[in-house]
Design a protein around this ligand. Structure first.
Ligand code: ZN
Length: 138
């Protein structure tokens, strides 16, 4: 069995951002040479997510509005976590949106359902953060 590991780095200009990373994960898969197996992609920070959904701008706006209803960023004082930090909302948003995705690899390709794309969800950005791509198979 082959295995492959790579870290991808991000530094968003906004506090919250959704980035389609499907192309970068496909590059990793090509680099790995693995044709049959599994890809794991996970955020390495507890205020960022990796998830699969549609690359549609209306939906991305809906995620932002929905997450702000569930865990509004402000006022910062509403959260007990915000003593030395101001990112309690980002921890909560990350938990809802998930830590990782696993995608099957078949015939050297990501074996997606219709419209599936992989996203990095940043909820406390403006600093360097990373995710892990791990691919196993043969
Ligand atoms: Zn925190």
């Amino acid at each position: 069995m082959k295995s492959y590991r790579k870290e991808l780095w991000f530094n968003t200009s906004a506090r919250r951002e959704l980035i389609n990373i499907t192309g970068q994960v496909e590059e990793c898969l090509n680099e790995s040479g693995i044709k049959e197996g599994l890809v794991l992609v996970n955020a390495m920070h507890i205020t960022a997510s990796v998830f699969i959904n549609d690359d549609e701008s209306g939906l991305h706006h809906d995620f932002e509005v929905w997450l702000e209803k569930l865990a509004p960023e402000k006022p910062y004082s509403q959260y007990r976590h915000n003593g030395f930090e101001d990112n309690a909302d980002a921890h909560l948003k990350r938990t809802v949106m998930g830590r990782e995705v696993v995608v099957a690899v078949s015939g050297g390709k990501l074996d997606f359902g219709p419209w599936e794309q992989i996203f990095y969800g940043e909820f406390d950005g403006k600093r360097r953060k990373r995710l892990l791509v791990k691919i196993i198979g043969e």
